[in-house]
Write a protein that binds this ligand. Structure first.
Ligand code: NAD
Length: 464
């Protein structure tokens, strides 16, 4: 019954108006939080209750208690939206749950740049995941492989009996593959159950199939089954993204657009040659992806594992994106990564905030969400490298981070903004400086208060 409800939810999403709305919101960041929520109504008709929930509480302690063992509460995180995104032929607004100050600003800015001076495309493959069954103590692995492959049809039928909903939707177990691996404990027979997961991430679905087939396979090859689990190196569920950009708009910090483009490419070469740099390069990619995964209730650890293992598939850890210039001189960014995520199942179907945010995004399939995540990852990555290769990362980043430092130093509300602005103006965003500035402002405020009070007293004496 629960599963059928999921299908109904998809139908709801289909009814959402998709076309004719622009996600271009000039100066969105300048408004205060409530106005931003009101402005989003032009994009999607949020109800008063939904707006209240987004602002105050999307997950209750009662629900948290159902979701995890030993729950003691609910942990908050800033939730924002990246605006201006135009991907393939459509506009999008992207919700991001993230604590790092510069992430949402960077995505919105680079999206605006591409929108005005370039093009952004993204394409996901079919949502194919696979689980692995490990068989040990198999006498003749080659013979076992042949036996398993001969029984493929029967095995797939049994696997599909475990998930009639998935099969009805056009997904389900599609193929079985067998590998033989050497190990210190002797040869192992590894069976892959290849499953089309449609709009679910699919880990539970493929794990159930693996646990059903495990004992059957062990019996068939007279071996012993050990692990039966999804692989997070989901290299058949990929997303490919491409951005194209006129280089003139890259001029910054005394560099011409042409020079900035060349420096971006040099920065990419560095990441390609050096795993130390590649790790940070790829972290920049995940800066764009993880916040969306969190906001949409997806398993970001699974995606992280997938992306990093994919980055190391050649034997050396590499950047997952690359940058070059085409014949016309445009800067081109390309990326291919695994993206195992869902818009039904797991937490996506339970978390009230996720339900609102998925509607706000107007994504209709897991493939569309993967395309959006891939695009956000590449834009975020581009934005970081552009800054890094021109003005340096600290200036912009620290300006945004200044408010956190101010709060850390004890400033609250308006005072935190004042202290942050002063530090940014001085170019000294440091805890000790925040403390000094805060102290000065507080003294000054007290003096002003005293002056005002004295003024009032004098006026009262006069009138008496
Ligand atoms: P799930 O079992 O909650 O939901 C998937 C099921 O929903 C499908 O099997 C299908 O029966 C049904 N369904 C209804 N409508 C559907 C549609 N349109 N498309 C596809 N299926 C539809 O969740 P799941 O997606 O199988 O698993 C995801 C969860 O598994 C995540 O929460 C993840 O954290 C967890 N998990 C991850 C790992 C890992 O990554 N290593 C391991 C175990 C569990």
């Amino acid at each position: 019954m629960e599963k059928l409800n999921e299908i109904e939810k998809l139908t709801d999403l289909d009814a959402i108006e998709l076309n004719g709305k622009s996600s271009r919101y000039p100066g969105f960041y300048k408004h205060d939080l409530s106005i931003r929520l009101d402005l989003l109504e032009q994009w999607y008709p949020l109800t008063t209750n939904e707006k209240w929930m987004l602002k105050r509480e999307t997950l209750t302690p009662e629900l948290a208690d159902i979701m995890v063992e030993n729950a003691i509460g609910v942990f908050g995180m800033p939730l924002g939206v990246a605006v201006n995104i135009k991907l393939n032929t459509r506009d999008y607004i992207i919700p991001m749950a993230v604590e790092e100050s510069s992430v949402i600003a960077a995505l919105s800015n680079s999206a605006r740049l591409i929108r005005d001076h370039g093009n952004l495309t993204s394409k996901a493959t079919d949502p194919i995941m696979f689980s692995q069954v490990q068989l040990v103590n198999v006498k003749d692995p080659e013979k076992a492989k042949t036996k398993i492959l001969r029984k493929k049809k029967d095995l797939l039928r049994v696997a599909n009996q475990q998930d009639p909903v998935l099969v009805k939707l056009g997904g389900g177990a599609k193929d079985i593959e067998v590998r033989i691996l050497d190990s210190p404990g002797g040869p192992m027979v590894i069976v892959h159950i290849i499953v089309d997961c449609r709009d679910a991430m699919g880990a539970n679905a493929v794990n159930t199939m693996a646990e059903t087939l495990g004992p059957i396979l062990a019996d068939l090859v007279k071996g012993e089954v050990v692990c039966q689990i999804v692989s997070n190196l989901s290299d058949r569920r990929l997303v490919r993204v491409k951005m194209e950009l006129e280089v003139a708009c890259l001029a910054r910090a005394g560099f011409t657009g042409d020079q900035a483009a060349e420096r971006i490419i040099q920065a990419y070469y560095f990441a390609d040659a050096d795993p130390y740099r590649a790790a940070t390069h790829n972290k920049g990619v995940m800066n764009g992806i993880d916040p969306i995964l969190i906001a949409t209730g997806n398993d970001w650890r699974a995606c992280e594992a997938g992306v990093h293992s994919y980055a190391a598939r050649s034997g050396q850890y590499k950047p997952v994106s690359k940058f070059y210039r085409d014949k016309s001189g445009k800067l081109i960014g390309e990326m291919e990564i695994p993206m195992s995520l869902g818009i039904v199942g797991g937490v996506t179907s339970i978390h009230p905030g996720v339900k609102i945010l998925l509607k706000l995004m107007k994504v209709r399939t897991s493939m569309e969400l993967a395309e959006l995540c891939g695009a956000a990852g590449l834009l975020q990555n581009f934005s970081a490298i552009w800054t890094l290769a021109t003005e340096g990362i600290q200036r912009g980043h620290m300006t945004l981070h200044a408010r956190n430092v101010a709060v850390f130093a004890g400033a609250i509300g308006e005072m935190a903004i004042k202290v942050a602005n002063q530090m940014a103006h001085e170019g000294r965003v440091r805890y000790d400086r925040a403390k000094q500035i805060l102290k000065q402002f507080l003294i000054w405020e007290k003096q002003e208060q005293r002056k005002q009070n004295n003024g009032k007293k004098k006026n009262m004496t006069k009138s008496e």
